[in-house]
Structures are given as C-alpha cells and as structure tokens.
Design a binder for this molecule. Structure first.
Ligand code: PHE
Length: 339
C-alpha cells in the first residue's frame, strides 16, 4: 500500500491543467467518493493494526498534497483568466502617443517665465469688457479710430459692452484696486475686427506688462526689455527703440530686435533691414495713472505689450497665422519635442 501512496504522490506533483474543467476532473479522479485516494482509504481499513499508524499518517499527507496541488492549479488558472496563453512578457511595450503642447502656450509660458524672473506676477481680466477699461481710462479720445466698429467687436451699445482689443484693460483693473508698487503681466486673448488671412486674425493673444512705482524710468524699461530679448532669442540679440504713439503712454516706442534668422545681416524675413519689430512700449501717461486713482506726481510707470503669435512666428518661423487656430495635428505635432 505504501507503494501506491508514493506512486499517486509522485503523479500528483507533476499534474498540469489548462482549464478549470480539467482541475475538476482531477478532483473527481483523486478525491471523489470513487476516486483513487478514497479507494486507498477503503483499503486502509483492512491493513494490519501495527501498520495503521504509519500508513494513516502517509494517507493524510497524500490527501493534503492532492488538495493543495488542485487548489494551486485552480488559483493559477483563475488569476491568469484574461491573459493570452502565448503572451510574451519580454516584448517592449507599445509606445503611448503623447499629446503636444500648443506652440502659443509654449511661448506664452516662456515669456511669463522670463518676466517672472524680473519680479512680475500674473493678473488676468475679463475678455468681455466695457468702454472705460478698454478705452476711456487709457486716455483714448472719444473720436479715436480704435473705438470704431471696424476695429472693435461691440456686443452692445449704450452702455457699451465689447470684446477687449488689448489686455491693457486688465492693467486698468489692477491699478484701480491696488496702490504701487505694481509689477504685473497680463496674458490673454484679444479681439479685433479684421479679415482673416495669413497675416491677420480676428483674435490673437497678448502679454502686456506694467510696472508702477516711485522713480521708474525709461532706462528701467529698456533694461527689462533687453533682458527679455536676450533670454527669449539669443544672448547676442540687439534691440532698438523707435519713437511711436499710443494714447496711454508718453513717450511711446516700438521695439525691434536684430533679425534672429540672419543675425542682422539682412534677409527676406527682415525685408533686408536686419531688424524685426516685436512690441510696443512706453512710460504710462500721467492721465492714465490719475484715471485709475494713482498719484502721478509721486509715481511713474512703464508698460509694454506684445503679440504671442508674433513672437512664436519669430521663434518657429510659422508663416500662416491661421495654423494657430485650425487644430491641424500635423502642424501641432511638430512641437512635440519643443519642451
Ligand atoms: N496695448 C497696445 C496694443 O494692444 C500695446 C502696448 C502696451 C503699447 C503697452 C504700449 C504700452 O497694441
């Protein structure tokens, strides 16, 4: 009998099953009433009394071994339930396609990062505005052409409700509720009633900056913008300020940078001038400070404003503005490794 016990034990150790049904069949074969282990139990009754102790122990060990083996087989099958039988765990994982950041977001973040290193914080305002915050507080004369229907999208007339044409309106809101020192950047979308083409769109994105404190000078403005140009483009970028006009700044200027494609030598991109225009700026007009409740005798300030699309075009040579809002993934995917 001990031989039979050992034979079954050896056989059970090598058992395999490919389905739960097969495990059940093995249970019937060994452990059911008519199974092989039960048959040995029957036989056990007839063994001589002096062998009972030894054989009884061996039989119990066998029964436990069969039970444990079947349980292990069942568990293995249950946990592998959904796994393909010929799964190759050594295969490399299929690449997971990552989305890309929009080029305008990349450039906006970079501009913000450069100015935040100079102490600027972010302030945002509403896109749907009133006449006061977009025009009147900013010293626009009543008959200024920018107020005209050709430039501005009006939602309602009298009282005027309109889409902001620049984010300077957010700066007015800050000045109205904060006393200097003020050092803020106002990023956001702006709207102008222009025919859509490769070079113009009816909406675009701006980042405007404002610094108001005691003794703020034009030299401070120039230095902040020079630092920006060198960080954004390259350390040897040159800047040039040309006199200009904005109702809300006096004096006003437009800033050019040395063409980042030809390095200033002259190419078709810079129309052979060696310079490209990137932003408008100036000293905040005292009328604007007063309109916002800031003492213009004590405080002075500078402001600047740039189009994010324009800076992105310079950085990545995007030829058609419409690409920025068409969501064509063939265009957007090209910025996968930009950051
Ligand atoms: N608000 C101006 C524009 O939208 C830009 C600007 C801002 C110019 C601040 C000078 C100073 O064109």
């Amino acid at each position: 009998m001990i031989d039979k016990i050992n034979a079954i034990k050896a056989e059970v150790e090598t058992l395999k099953a490919t389905s739960l049904q097969a495990v059940e069949e093995l249970r019937i074969k060994y452990l059911s009433k008519k199974g092989e282990v039960s048959a040995l139990m029957q036989e056990f009754r007839t063994v001589p009394a002096e062998q009972k102790r030894e054989l009884g122990q061996q039989l119990n060990v066998l029964k436990e071994a069969v039970t444990a083996k079947l349980a292990a087989l069942r568990e293995a099958l249950e946990s592998a339930d959904t796994v393909d039988a010929d799964l190759d765990l050594s295969r490399t994982a299929a690449p997971m396609p990552l989305g890309t950041r929009h080029p305008l977001s990349l450039v906006r973040e970079e501009i913000i990062s450069i100015f935040s290193r100079q102490g600027f914080t972010i302030a945002e305002g509403p896109e749907v505005e009133d006449d006061w915050h977009v025009f009147s507080a900013l010293n626009f004369a009543d008959d200024h052409p920018a107020r005209d229907m050709q430039d501005t999208f009006f939602i309602q007339r009298n009282p005027d409700v309109l889409l902001r044409t620049h984010t300077s309106s957010a700066q007015v809101r800050i000045m109205e509720k904060t006393q200097p020192p003020i050092r803020v950047l106002c990023p956001g979308r702006v709207y102008r009633n222009e025919a859509i083409s490769a070079r113009a769109h009816c909406f675009f994105h701006q980042i405007e900056g404002l610094y108001v404190d005691e003794n703020v000078s034009f030299a401070d403005l120039r230095q902040a913008l020079l630092y920006f140009a060198r960080e954004m483009f390259s350390p040897d970028t040159k800047i040039r300020l040309r006199p200009s006009y904005f109702p809300f700044t006096e004096p006003s200027a437009e800033m050019d940078i040395s063409c980042n494609l030809c390095g200033g030598k002259g190419c078709s991109f810079c129309k052979h001038t060696g310079w490209v225009e990137i932003l408008g700026c100036g000293m905040v007009d005292p009328n604007v400070l007063e309109a916002c409740g800031i003492d213009s005798k004590r405080y002075s300030g500078y402001a600047f404003g740039m189009g994010v699309e324009r800076i992105t075009n310079l950085k990545y040579q995007v030829k058609d503005l419409r690409l920025f809002s068409e969501n064509d993934v063939r265009f957007l995917r090209q910025f996968t490794s930009a950051h």
